[in-house]
Structure formats: structure tokens, C-alpha cells
Design a protein around this ligand. Structure first.
Ligand code: IMP
Length: 424
């Protein structure tokens, strides 16, 4: 029995939510292992669009258990709103959504600290989603954090007060003006904690060990993407968790030996939201077209996403770090209509030609070297099988497979579940 992983290979927003939803019928359990409400996983079916932030994307399937692992950080208020939004679906959350006691809680003051930290950075700001992610992971590694299991303890309120007190002192040290009404924030937060307590808390490591013994199939759903990983991403313009394959082990409590397939998801081009280096970023008409046709706006913050040509150097790096053995290419339909497509095959790095992702990809160090590939005009959104693909799309896919050495097993041609083409 193995656990398959599904991971983003770029700067997030690759379309993980859609694919998890499509794959869920093959699995008994879907598990989130890192990140929190900074994520926005979009699913579309029956003409309806759904955005999930903390809840795993298997929640719409009747027979699937959904696990929020210890590596996730939970904002009870946002989480409560997410659950309320799913009311029309009559989901039995108590039995279908299980939460690790070791997952950390985002306090209202974590969000305030995020805002203060970003405001104090001025131009150097990370472009955080301002959901309190960074400060919560800081408290986790600093061994100050509050965990879901703490809610069950008699001294939960004292623990909360003590951490809140520390945060309020820290906020004073930032030379920025952050307006807030702590009493209001707290009353909303404690009401949400009360609701959270009605759900099922588990020891996820024990849960997964039992699930494996019972022969259950498990899919771990990554959030954000490899290039936002706290170690391997474009630091410091990254998120605060391990978004790569190793994060599934530490974020669920499963051993590396239990990992099976590692499915890597990437867009047929590339996007980024927030600050930070982006070697193939486009500032021209082509970039605008990708943004417009691809509807590139953040599903959590609504911010416009930056767009660029596919970066094969970064893609190979992501495949290597994660041990990807299957590639899924998303949003191929967005590339219809370009006479010529470009892919970045190398970087010019301080006068040297590189084919690997170096320590520093700031624009002053790195210039992308492109190869041109002929495009196609056909609309792909109604395509039902790979036999209908235009020849130049097949060539584009073959190019990526050759460059990475990994098969492209799925190509997505639109946001709906049905617009998913199997290549094998
Ligand atoms: P944070 O995770 O909110 O601290 O944000 C850190 C960086 O990661 C910012 O550039 C965000 O825009 C980016 N980021 C965080 N979550 C996501 C996501 O789910 N998709 C894309 N970018 C994200």
C-alpha cells in the first residue's frame, strides 16, 4: 500500500484542486499536508465553481475521507466560512473531514503580525496573502504555537492568552500603524473554535498507519508549488512550508518508503502571484494574452498573476527535487492562437550558460535563453480525446517529455472535470 503525491511544480496555481477532484474516485483518502488558507484550490463541475482553502479537494465525493494533516495551519474563522459555504452539499463533515491534533492554529494576532511584517518591509515585501501563514509557522518552529489538540486541554484559554500577549508586544515593535479591534477579532475566533471542536480530531500518524494496514488508497494533495518551498523556492520570496515531496512525510506522519507515484502538475506556461524573481516573466502583449485568456487572478486574494513562457530549467529542477514520475500539463487551451511559443531551455547566468536552477535567479543574474516552437490555432476546450490534438500540441508535449524524461500522462484543456484528456 502506497501514498501517491500530487504536487505543483511552479509557483502554485497549477490546477491541483481540479486534478485532485478528478482523481478522487481512485482513492479512499485525500490528505492535505502543508499550507493553509493561503491556498485556493479551484474545482468546477456541473457548471459551478468552488474554491477550497484548507479543506482537501476530495470533499465533494461521497465515499472519500479527507484529512487535514499536522503540517497544515488552520484559521478557524476562514475554515468555518469554508464549511458554511459547503452547506448546500449536505456533507457529513464529522465523518468525512478529519483533522490532525498536531495541526497548528492561526490566531487573529498571527494575521496582524503578517500585516505588520509586510508593511515594515516596504518594497522588499514578500507579497504574502496576509493570512498569518508565516507568523504561525514561525511559532511552530519557535515552539510557541497552539495546536488543534490544545483546544481539548483545560488550560487552552491561558495558552491562548499567553501567546496573544507575546504577539501584541511584537506588533508594538514594528514601526507601522496597524488598526485592529482585538475584542472583535477574538469573539469571532472563539466562536469559530467552538464550531471546530464539533469536528473529529485524530492522531494522523496512527490514522495513516491503520489506513495502510487496511489497504486503503491515499492521495496527498500539495498546496502552493515547488518554487515557493521554504528551502528550494526563490527564497525569501516563498511561503513558509515544505511544498515539496518531503513535506508529505513530515506533514502527515508517513514514512518515505510509503510514497508511490509522485504526480507533478504544471501549467503549459507559468504564472506567479506576489513578489519575487521570475526569469521568464513577460511584460508584453503575449503576457497580457496569457493573463486574459487564462483568467489569471489569484483565487484567494483576487490579485492579478504575473505570466511568462514555460521555464524548462525550473520544471526539471522541480521534477528532480520531488522525484516526479508522471507529469500533468494544465491549461493547454490557453496557448491556442499563438503563432510561435517559446520555452526557456537554459539561463544565461553571469555570462555562463546554465541548464540548472541556480542559487540566485534575480533578474540581474539570470537571462532566459529561449527556443521557439510552432503554435496552433485550434480551440482545445471541446476536445474529447488525444486523437483530436493538433500536431503542434503533440510536438509541444513531446518536447517537454524529452527535456524532462518524464511522460505527460494528462493534459487539461479547460477548468471543468470533463475537460481532462488522458494520454495513456
Ligand atoms: P504566504 O504563504 O501567504 O506567506 O505568501 C508567500 C508567497 O507565496 C506570496 O508570494 C504569495 O503570493 C505566495 N502564495 C502563497 N500561497 C499561494 C498559493 O496558493 N498560490 C500561489 N501563490 C501563493
Amino acid at each position: 500500500m502506497t501514498i501517491d503525491l500530487l504536487l505543483g511544480l511552479q509557483w502554485g496555481d497549477e490546477g491541483k484542486g481540479k486534478i485532485v477532484d478528478v482523481l478522487t474516485s481512485n482513492y479512499d483518502i485525500i490528505a492535505r499536508f502543508q499550507g493553509g488558507p493561503n491556498a485556493g484550490h479551484t474545482l468546477e463541475f456541473d457548471g459551478q465553481k468552488h474554491v477550497l482553502h484548507t479543506i482537501p479537494s476530495g470533499i465533494f465525493h461521497e465515499n472519500t475521507e479527507n484529512i487535514i494533516g499536522n503540517g497544515v495551519v488552520i484559521d478557524p474563522v476562514i475554515f468555518g466560512k469554508e464549511i458554511d459555504g459547503l452547506k448546500p452539499y449536505n456533507i457529513d463533515f464529522k465523518s468525512k473531514l478529519l483533522i490532525s491534533r498536531k495541526a497548528h492554529l492561526i490566531l487573529p494576532t498571527h494575521r496582524l503580525l503578517d500585516a505588520a511584517s509586510e508593511a515594515s518591509k516596504g518594497k522588499a515585501k514578500i507579497g504574502s496573502t496576509l493570512k498569518g501563514i508565516g507568523p504561525t509557522y514561525m511559532d511552530k518552529t519557535g515552539r510557541n504555537g497552539l495546536r488543534v489538540g490544545d483546544i481539548e486541554l483545560v488550560d487552552f484559554i491561558q495558552r491562548y492568552e499567553s501567546l496573544k500577549g507575546k504577539h501584541l508586544e511584537m506588533i508594538k515593535n514594528y514601526d507601522v500603524d496597524i488598526q485592529f479591534d482585538i475584542a472583535e477579532l477574538e469573539s469571532e475566533w472563539f466562536a469559530a473554535i467552538k464550531d471546530l471542536k464539533k469536528l473529529t480530531f485524530i492522531d494522523s500518524e496512527k490514522y495513516f498507519s491503520d489506513a495502510k494496514l487496511a489497504g486503503k488508497s491515499i492521495l496527498a494533495e500539495g498546496a502552493q508549488g515547488t518554487l515557493l518551498d521554504v528551502d528550494f523556492g526563490t527564497y525569501p520570496f516563498v511561503t513558509s512550508s515544505t511544498t515539496t515531496a518531503a513535506g508529505a512525510c513530515t506533514g502527515l506522519g508517513v514514512s518515505p518508503r510509503s510514497i508511490g507515484d509522485v504526480i507533478g502538475i504544471f501549467k503549459a506556461y507559468i504564472t506567479r502571484v506576489g513578489s519575487g524573481p521570475f526569469p521568464t516573466e513577460l511584460f508584453d502583449k503575449d503576457g497580457d494574452t496569457l493573463a486574459k485568456v487564462g483568467n489569471e487572478f489569484g483565487s484567494t486574494t483576487g490579485r492579478a498573476r504575473r505570466t511568462g513562457w514555460l521555464d524548462i530549467v525550473a520544471l526539471k529542477y522541480a521534477c528532480e527535487i520531488n522525484g516526479v514520475n508522471k507529469l500533468y500539463m494544465m491549461k493547454a487551451d490557453v496557448l491556442s492562437g499563438f503563432d510561435t511559443l517559446k520555452v526557456c531551455t537554459h539561463y544565461e547566468y553571469r555570462g555562463e550558460k546554465l541548464d540548472f536552477f541556480p542559487y540566485n535567479v534575480e533578474p540581474e543574474n539570470v537571462k532566459p535563453i529561449y527556443e521557439s516552437i510552432s503554435g496552433w490555432n485550434e480551440d482545445l476546450t471541446a476536445v474529447k480525446s488525444k486523437d483530436e490534438f493538433p500536431e503542434n500540441l503533440n510536438k509541444y508535449i513531446a518536447y517537454i517529455e524529452k527535456a524532462t524524461g518524464i511522460p505527460v500522462e494528462v493534459v487539461s484543456v479547460g477548468p471543468d472535470r470533463t475537460q481532462t484528456i488522458n494520454m495513456i
